[in-house]
Design a protein around this ligand. Sequence first.
Ligand SMILES: Cc1cc2nc3c(=O)[nH]c(=O)nc-3n(C[C@H](O)[C@H](O)[C@H](O)COP(=O)(O)OP(=O)(O)OC[C@H]3O[C@@H](n4cnc5c(N)ncnc54)[C@H](O)[C@@H]3O)c2cc1C
Ligand code: SF4
Length: 464
Amino acid sequence: MANKIPQVPVREQDPGVRAANFEEVSYGYDLDEARREAARCLNCKRPRCVDQCPVSIRIPDFIMKVKDGDMESAARIIAQDSLLPSICGRVCPQESQCEGACIMGIKGDPVAIGKLERFVGDWELEYGTQGHVEIVSNGHKVAVIGSGPAGLTCAADLARLGYKVTVFEALHKLGGVLQYGIPEFRLPKERVVAREIEKVKRLGVEFETDIIVGRTVTIESLMDDEGYQAVFIGSGAGLPKFMGIPGENLNGVVSANEFLTRNNLMKAYDDQTDTPVFVGRRTAVVGGGNVAMDAVRTAKRLGAEAYIVYRRSEEELPARVEEVHHAREEGIEFMMLTNPTEILGDDSGWVRGLRCVRMELGQPDESGRRSPKVIPGSEFDLDCEMVVMSLGTSPNPLIANTTEGLQTTRWGGIIADDSGCTTRRGVFAGGDAVTGAATVILAMGAGRKAASAIDGFIKLTVDN
Ligand SMILES: Cc1cc2nc3c(=O)[nH]c(=O)nc-3n(C[C@H](O)[C@H](O)[C@H](O)COP(=O)(O)OP(=O)(O)OC[C@H]3O[C@@H](n4cnc5c(N)ncnc54)[C@H](O)[C@@H]3O)c2cc1C
Ligand code: SF4
């Protein structure tokens, strides 16, 4: 039976080799492999995979084109719904979205939708058939804050509608988390991220880097002095959280965001750069999400004996299944049901260990997850010289604090309705800045909805 045919395996760097380099782990499919994998798709009449894709990519349609070897059509079909297929194919949590719903997955392996999307996206970047898009200017100006997936998608959609769009980015490089957070070994910066952003530039979108909105300029000055008729805030959630336990001020304690930014954005791992980075001989990363996996695998590549310390069990790990699998293959040690209570320091103020307690899972809490409880008398010390905190992030309050009438939630998320409309007229928001740390595809979806709402707002209020 068709559904007994296993997925076409993807070629990857050998774990022993890749654990010491920053080159991409997965090589992706070649044409023959992609066509064989595409042939597994049943082309369902009511495709459940599409319902579970946050931007409803016409999955079976593009897969059928891959099966026929017609990559140009496959790329065109994906482009109708997604701007960044080479990125999403690599980083989306497919197991809980499209692939999780694939009918083939009931009795065997689901179709490898993400790897096929990556193949088509990479093919498009290489052979670029979608070419020049003719755009007629409508004479209106919109400012976008942040060049992550939310900002890029909003900017591209508005540009296609004829808006003159300028993206203001605080950092010196574009891409948001795609650039500064997710490591090179998962998402190559020049070969993939920069080239996907080129597609947005080709639509006429302008980018201004090293501009911190709230410091260099404000939303008021953009709208009142520079003539932007609407603003989209896609400033993400880059403010790291700490545990509030003793010892967090010791040397050798960092947030995952800082550790990853030094390595990805500022290439500390590369001998050609002078970015300083410290890594302990033994490094403990506290947390269990994608960010924690990226940090621990980065520490390993920098030469550390690296541990994940996570207070729940394997089943609750929020990271993508593939990242956990790759981390294990690379020799990362997982200390599950373990919670830090104190970071221990030596006489010179450097980390010398992490005091932890063992946990057990109790009854499910409001989130439906079983809540961890301390096992009395289970305290122990883990020797380590570095602790990386990866406990989630929240939006930076700078923009909200400098924009009158822009309301936020108690935890700092910008309040916006489903279309991205905020409490300040003409100002829209989406992505992690609204939801808190989430996913690339959800941020893209929010950017798309906001672009449509901005278009409606300008047509209604400015054109009339
Ligand atoms: C290490 C890491 C790994 C991840 N792995 C995955 C994964 O595997 N799969 C997945 O789907 N998601 C993953 N995520 C989450 C995902 O990357 C985010 O949900 C997504 O990038 C959010 O997009 P965004 O556009 O809202 O914000 P961001 O990508 O955060 O972009 C916001 C941009 O706004 C800029 N900015 C902020 N403030 C200002 C200001 N005042 N003025 C000007 N510019 C400003 C920032 O510099 C940044 O470039 C990961 C996140 C991290 C940190
Ligand atoms: S659910 Fe699976 S088999 Fe059906 S169309 Fe989607 S990818 Fe193909």
